[in-house]
Ligand binder design. Structure first.
Ligand SMILES: [Zn+2]
Ligand SMILES: [Zn+2]
Length: 171
């Protein structure tokens, strides 16, 4: 369960971009960002996640990561309670993605998936979006990357102002 926002560049986002963005969670098109947040990073659904993987379903939508997850399950790893959709960022392309964060643990070993930028193959960084500052400072989205403040730029035109174009809940 969670909630998300569709954020669009206030210069170049079109209605067609928005319609496309609604159909896929992880498909952010550069001038529209589909951001899922507050998605129970501490929920108690790690058992459900294990069920999903035992039924050969996926949350990561990434075959390579899923292979590792299956291998880990067979080796006795357990999902922790830290899981959920989260924004990820490519420093190279300035592109924002949504991916499913999870952790698996066995004894002292921990596995956290690394997602790759589809455009440039850089490893994506998990980011924190400062929503309160975003609302106050009007249209600029501040992101926190490794403790450093940055602002989100439109991947299409370089504009730094965005508007919230939609809000949704999902299961
Ligand atoms: Zn990239
Ligand atoms: Zn733009």
């Amino acid at each position: 369960m969670g909630e998300g926002y569709l954020i669009g560049c206030n210069k170049c986002a079109t209605k067609k971009d928005i319609d496309n963005a609604y159909t896929k969670h992880s498909n952010n098109s550069g001038n529209i960002f589909n951001i899922s947040i507050g998605v129970g990073m501490q929920c108690f659904c790690n058992e459900q996640l294990e069920e999903i993987y035992k039924n050969n379903d996926t949350m990561t939508e990434d075959i390579n990561i899923d292979k590792i997850i299956h291998k880990n399950i067979n080796n006795g790893f357990k999902f922790t309670k830290y899981l959920g959709y989260n924004p990820y960022y490519c420093e190279n392309c300035k592109k924002l993605y949504n991916h499913f964060y999870l952790e698996m643990k066995k004894d002292n070993k921990i596995y956290i998936p690394e997602y790759i930028c589809k455009k440039c193959s850089h490893v994506l960084k998990i980011i924190y979006i400062e929503w309160e500052k975003y609302y106050n400072e009007n249209k600029i989205i501040k992101i926190n990357l490794n403790g450093e403040d940055k602002i989100l730029l439109c991947g299409n035109c370089g504009n730094d102002q965005f508007i919230i174009m939609g809000y949704y809940n999902f299961d």
